[in-house]
Design a protein around this ligand. Structure first.
Ligand code: FES
Length: 141
């Protein structure tokens, strides 16, 4: 297994909890085996996440069906934010680091809002518009 494969198969939820960015209740299902993010369907470019599936603090890591990267959802005040956890340097998965995200391939660091704090990445993370519709959080991709 090469480094990139290993990093992709690592347990992001365990790392999220360790970083203190997301509820530690996420760790309850995290064991020695690979733990997947919460799987969500994509319909007409929209991701629908049941509000009931979010943690008490409004956070959740979701994996849209058919995608290679997760989306981090978190509540900021009265609105929800959704960031694509794909490094903007060379499209590597990101992992939590302090109050942000790090790419282990070349060391780029992004803050919790997705802004570049350390290169070589130069562009901020992709951010999706969100909206609460009924009992669901809609993420528009
Ligand atoms: S792919 Fe992320 S820093 Fe290069």
């Amino acid at each position: 297994m090469n480094r990139k494969t290993f990093l992709k198969s690592s347990c992001q939820l365990c790392l999220l909890g360790a970083a203190g960015m997301f509820s530690t209740s996420l760790l309850s299902s995290c064991g020695a085996t690979k733990t997947a993010a919460y799987r969500v369907p994509v319909v007409d470019g929209k991701i629908s996440v049941p509000l009931a599936a979010l943690e008490a603090d409004g956070s959740k890591i979701v994996r849209p069906q058919g995608w290679d990267f997760d989306v981090a959802v978190h509540k900021n005040g009265d609105r929800y934010e959704a960031l694509l956890l794909r490094c903007t340097h060379m499209e590597n998965p990101l992992f939590p680091s302090g109050n942000g995200w790090v790419c282990h391939l070349h060391g780029s660091v992004f803050d919790a809002e997705g802004r570049v704090r350390k290169g070589p990445a130069e562009k901020a993370l992709t951010r999706y518009r969100t909206e609460v519709v009924g009992e669901n959080l809609m993420i528009y991709t």
